[in-house]
Design a protein around this ligand. Sequence first.
Ligand SMILES: [Zn+2]
Length: 137
Amino acid sequence: MILFELKCDHDHSFEAWFRNGETCEAQMAAGEVACPHCGSPQVAKAPMAPRLVKTRGHHVEEVALKMRAALTELRQHVEKTCDYVGDRFPEEARKIHYGESDPRPIYGEATPDESKALKDEGVEVQSIPWIAPSQEN
Ligand SMILES: [Zn+2]
């Protein structure tokens, strides 16, 4: 939706909502837009920039930005507090679980199958959404 400031032939200014600029032009040309002050259908757009209203799409973008920020924070927290073991994750997770390695928080890569196998063995594995550093703002 676009808000246009319109002016009638008696110099009354008023605002009206339109689906888009084309609809505005078409409705004015058809005489469907009347001045709320004097009822004159002789209206024209006042010289001003149309204002866009936030649409659902914009809201989604805001949520996506917040989520990205949260995921970036999560990644930074994990990187700060956990040992990165890369693709040795399943192996290390098992060692810690069976007491062959010092208990410590670790993170790394595991395939869904590997994660499932670990979980089946009772190893606590948490999958977290991981945001790549290149996706940061
Ligand atoms: Zn008027």
